[in-house]
Design a protein. Sequence first.
Length: 332
Amino acid sequence: MSEKKIIFSGIQPTGTFTLGNYIGAVRNWAKLQEEYNCIYSIVDMHAITVRQDPVKLRQHSLEAYALIMACGIDPEKSVAFIQSHAPTHAMLNWILACSTQFGELSRMTQFKDKAAKHSDDVNAGLFTYPVLMAADILGYNADLVPVGVDQKQHLELARNVAQRFNQKYGEFFTVPDAYIPEVGAKVMSLQEPTKKMSKSDANPNACIFILDDKDTIIRKFRRAVTDSDSEIVFKEGKDGINNLITIYSAVTGKSFEETEKEFAGKGYGDFKTAVGEAVSDHLAPVREKFAQLMSDKAYLKDCYTKGAEKAMRISGKVVSKAYRKVGFVDSH
Ligand code: ATP
Ligand code: LTN
């Protein structure tokens, strides 16, 4: 048996990934592949907690799979699959739902935000979303979960559910830790820099999508909301500039201080263009790889089919043991 720790993470196929998804989560997934046993999923079952057009959801799921590969996930090194292809997640979801309290789900801020945003469809799936997320993670006994800071509360819940199950039935699930990057854990909207950049933002100028072309990226950065000051320094109250410095540092690897020095005495216009160029250059290989992958659907299918087989093999064992733990009669 390998001694490597286990990583699990997921992303919803709700549209092209933003720079936030990339810096906060997906690019770290690729970096972790060498050191850990990594399992990554396109969580289509989570996506239908808000209304999706079925034709678009199918397309977005395939694109999301190609996108994680374009961002460096190697399906030979990691297990990469589509969540609905592994029914073990839904099986474990039920078991864990019975160790989750109504009260704790009611406190989830993502639920409150999404319920307010989709007030015509506050369905049970939206409410129990974090239980399915716990099932994703615990079904592989993951040690670490690389996510952006917005998912911290869901991770806490997954830990509580694991601990509660372990108390009821005896030590079984690994209690997972969140793995949140130091820089870029919360990339902000370019139009409202106090809000997180989100795939489903109605204003396309608020987000950089990782497949945007160079001109679009530079144009969006040039329109980014900043402040009436003129200094390029990271400090409280300068949300727009802080966000741009964070993004620049995340893609160039330069520290905040180095960035401040580089742009000392320069204007916001120059800085915004430089951020746009750095981001576009950084993402150029992702755009190329994505186009190449989407032109070979048979290869993609082969990858996600094999990925699901591997995922089922691992989580199938965990689910069988969990069934036994709770007292279900063996079916064979
Ligand atoms: P949606 O807008 O459809 O709710 P989303 O853009 O919030 O989606 P998810 O699929 O929910 O994206 O998140 C995938 C991963 O990206 C998660 O780990 C999440 O924490 C991370 N993430 C999302 N937005 C940001 C952001 N602005 N900054 C850093 N990380 C982010
Ligand atoms: N809820 C996450 C997506 C997600 C996830 C997971 C992340 C679903 N299952 C398991 C990490 C581990 C989000 O980003 N909104």
